[in-house]
Structures are given as structure tokens and as C-alpha cells.
Design a binder for this molecule. Structure first.
Ligand SMILES: *[C@@H]1O[C@H](CO)[C@@H](O)[C@H](O)[C@H]1NC(C)=O
Ligand SMILES: *[C@@H]1O[C@H](CO)[C@@H](O)[C@H](O)[C@H]1NC(C)=O
Ligand SMILES: *[C@@H]1O[C@H](CO)[C@@H](O)[C@H](O)[C@H]1NC(C)=O
Length: 181
């Protein structure tokens, strides 16, 4: 199972995402990021279409604190009518806490997770980029506390990272089965 997850993450890193030459774009992140205010449940409204470890709908993330100060990450989504979850952890840079890494398996490389902007109570724009030699792959997410958030203001910002709007998936959040937060 663990091996499967790592192969998945490796595949994600090497094959999918928005590909571009040159190295990762420099992206400004949320100033004075406060992880405590970021904890709790977030609903995914937008993700890259080519996000191979998220293939379902109703995606949500639950962030809570582990006793060692890392963040416990539980990502859940509905696949074929059933809830499925994957658990991992995240840790953030001491001096720039909006720059974090998420890991879903100790065998897999850590994924970059940057909080570009958030007001903690309504929206979060997250960007991830993976550099390899003279190329990079990148991903973006719009997360919301409430599924009725208007996502239009985020599209041009995502495009400014070099991710075309045609490559975005609008996660379905209506008619999700009960049974999970
Ligand atoms: C972060 O947010 C929490 C909860 O609102 C607050 O208690 C804490 O003082 C904040 N930390 C900083 C460094 O502002
Ligand atoms: C989400 O927003 C809608 C419309 O503004 C509101 O009716 C609803 O109570 C909100 N839901 C939550 C969980 O805050
Ligand atoms: C989020 O995860 C924490 C830790 O596992 C758990 O205590 C909490 O109930 C979860 N929150 C929701 C809304 O499911």
C-alpha cells in the first residue's frame, strides 16, 4: 500500500501537472501566515485537471495539529459514490511558514505546498511546483470554507503562474454523500 502511494506520488511528480521549461516561477506567499488560523476543514473548489492522486469529487482537507508541531493532513474525496481518505502530514518553514511541504508516505518525495494567499475564513489559494533539471511541473488549488465561494477572482491569478484556465478542474461539491464532515 505504501509502495503504491509512493509510486503514485512519483508519477504525479514526473508525469502530470502543468509542464514548463525553466525553473519554478517565484511566487509571493501569504505574509504573516498563521497556521493555527488555517487549521480545520477546507473544501476544494478548483484543482489542476491532471492531478492524478485526486480523481474524485467532493474533495476536502482537514488540517489539525500533531503533538510534534507538524500538521496532520486528511484529504478525502468521493470515488464511485464512496468516501476515500488519505492521511499525511505537513511541516512549514520556520521563518516563512506559508511555505510548507506535504508528505503522504515516508518513501515519497515531499510535495511543495505554498499558501499564496488566504483570509483563513473564506478562501485559500495554494500553489505547488516541482523542479527537475531545466523543467518544472506545477499545480494550483482554490480551497474554501464554504462551497458557495465565488472562484472567478482566482482564475487570472492561477493563469499568472503559467497554468492555463483550460487545465483546471472545478470540483463538484453539491450532492456529496453524507457520512463525512
Ligand atoms: C495565530 O492565531 C491564533 C488564533 O487566532 C492566535 O491565538 C495567535 O496569537 C496567532 N499567532 C500570531 C503569531 O499572531
Ligand atoms: C455558506 O454560504 C451560504 C450562502 O451565503 C450560507 O447560506 C451558508 O450558511 C454557508 N455555510 C456555511 C457552512 O457557512
Ligand atoms: C479533523 O481531524 C481531526 C484529527 O484527526 C479530528 O479530531 C477532527 O474531528 C476532524 N474534523 C472533522 C471536521 O472531521
Amino acid at each position: 500500500m505504501k509502495l503504491l502511494v509512493s509510486v503514485y506520488v512519483l508519477t504525479l511528480h514526473f508525469v502530470f501537472g502543468t509542464f514548463d521549461w525553466e525553473s519554478c516561477p517565484k511566487v509571493t506567499v501569504q505574509a504573516d501566515f498563521n497556521i493555527t488560523r488555517y487549521l480545520g476543514t477546507w473544501y476544494e473548489l478548483i484543482r489542476n485537471e491532471d492531478m492524478r492522486y485526486e480523481i474524485g469529487e467532493c474533495d476536502r482537507a482537514n488540517y489539525s495539529l500533531n503533538s510534534d508541531g507538524t500538521v496532520k493532513v486528511i484529504n478525502s474525496e468521493v470515488r464511485d459514490g464512496e468516501w476515500t481518505s488519505v492521511e499525511g502530514y505537513a511541516y512549514c518553514h520556520k521563518w516563512n511558514p506559508a511555505k510548507c511541504h506535504v508528505s503522504f508516505s515516508k518513501f515519497a518525495p515531499d510535495g511543495d505546498y505554498k499558501i499564496v494567499s488566504t483570509d483563513y475564513e473564506n478562501y485559500a489559494l495554494v500553489f505547488s511546483c516541482f523542479d527537475l533539471a531545466f523543467a518544472h511541473w506545477k499545480w494550483a488549488w482554490v480551497l474554501a470554507r464554504n462551497i458557495s465561494l465565488d472562484v472567478t477572482p482566482f482564475i487570472s491569478q492561477i493563469e499568472s503562474f503559467g497554468i492555463p484556465s483550460s487545465g483546471l478542474h472545478y470540483t463538484q461539491q453539491g450532492n456529496c454523500p453524507d457520512g463525512l464532515y
